[in-house]
Write a protein that binds this ligand. Structure first.
Ligand code: CP3
Length: 321
């Protein structure tokens, strides 16, 4: 998850003079940036270098990624006309992404899986409705509760774009997919189930050939619902212990197989020195044994000022465990 981020000097050097969204449409650059953390840290999987707004941009939505801010949308989507005007995504519009995946499959070591991804309908809707990053998602919630019919039409439309983007990546050969509903934690479980889950479910149920990871931030209360949306692996941020997450998943759905989880090291801990990281890694590794499977990962993206050396040491420690 944002493994390359901005923490690697080789990433910053390569990106000099190229806008983020242009970089995402340059197959050679996507391949190289995706490879950088694999080479440097020896991680077990690569996450495709792209962004959740890439399919919207490729489909024709006027937006940009502003450094230090995030995605900014020129004309926020708030009315029926706005929703109707949202374009669909056609596979050929993200051909450079498919080409990048082709290059990566040749370059990655056999045992390193390539993870494709997309933004979930709610998180993308938040950017589209708010016009940019939002702390409280107030306009998004206003639309959701004030005009549920329009809300569902918007999410259905975005779900189509997300599905098309994921299938373009699957057709190109990615070996797992991650659906990022980063901001779902802003919702109550009740709202999540009514306004979001059916749309994420529609996306996830079209994927039957590779493992599906479903990730959000601050989703301790939503984990069972996110699993029910159709995830093989549930991502967990650092706010709840991993074994508590497993317990919640098991208790909510005793009829389902034992859950598989991903997480949940706090990325800020890299600033606390290796001893503190080691304590947490050992705790998380032990707690992960409560699950049927555990993908060790951060609870959210690598922070830009992180020292890459401590990440490499952390990966070595995890491998030793
Ligand atoms: O790092 C990688 O190569 C992994 C690929 C990746 C990126 N974005 C690249 C990126 C992935 C998986 C994402 C997903 C993404 N993008 C999410 C979901 C995961 C999460 O973090 O919750 C979200 C919410 C976004 C939207 C977004 N794009 C944000 C909030 C930002 C940060 C803006 C900033 O500068 O603070 C981006 C930009 C972005 N996406 C960068 C990278 C490497 C940094 C841009 C740069 O280097 O110029």
């Amino acid at each position: 998850m944002r493994q390359a981020g901005r923490s690697l000097p080789e990433y910053r050097a390569l990106r000099q003079g190229t806008a983020m969204l242009d970089a995402c449409m340059d197959p050679e650059m996507v391949c190289e940036i995706t490879m950088q953390p694999v080479r440097r840290h020896g991680v077990d999987a690569a996450i495709l270098f792209s962004d959740i707004v890439v399919p919207l941009k490729a489909a024709g939505v006027d937006l940009d990624i502003v450094a230090g801010t995030g995605p900014v949308v020129a004309n926020p989507v708030r009315t029926l006309e706005d929703v109707q005007a949202l374009p669909e995504l056609h596979a050929e519009q993200v051909q450079p992404v498919a080409d990048a995946i082709g290059l990566l499959l040749k370059e990655l070591p056999q045992e390193v899986a390539l993870i494709g991804f997309a933004g979930a309908p709610f998180t993308l809707a938040s950017y589209l409705v708010e016009g940019g990053p939002s702390k409280n998602h107030e306009r998004t919630k206003a639309l959701m509760h004030g005009n549920p019919e329009l809300w569902h039409a918007l999410l259905a439309k975005i779900a189509g774009v997300t599905t098309a983007f994921l299938h373009a990546q699957l057709d190109a050969g990615v070996q797992a997919v991650q659906l990022f509903d980063s901001w779902a934690g802003a919702l109550s479980e009740r709202d999540y189930r009514e306004f979001v889950l059916p749309h994420s479910k529609r996306v996830l149920e079209t994927i039957t050939t590779v493992p599906r990871i479903h990730f959000g931030v601050g989703t301790g209360e939503l984990l069972p619902a996110m699993r029910e949306a159709g995830a093989d692996v549930v991502g967990v941020d650092w706010r709840i212990p991993l074994d508590v997450a497993v317990q919640r998943l098991e208790q909510a759905n005793p009829e389902l197989p034992k859950p598989v989880v991903q997480g949940n090291l706090d990325p800020a801990l890299f600033f606390a020195g290796f001893e503190a990281v080691e304590r947490e890694v050992r705790r998380i590794h032990a707690e992960g044994k409560a699950a049927a499977g555990h993908i060790f990962n951060l609870g959210h993206g690598v922070l830009p000022d992180t020292d890459p050396e401590i990440i490499t040491r952390t990966v070595e420690l995890i491998h030793s465990l």
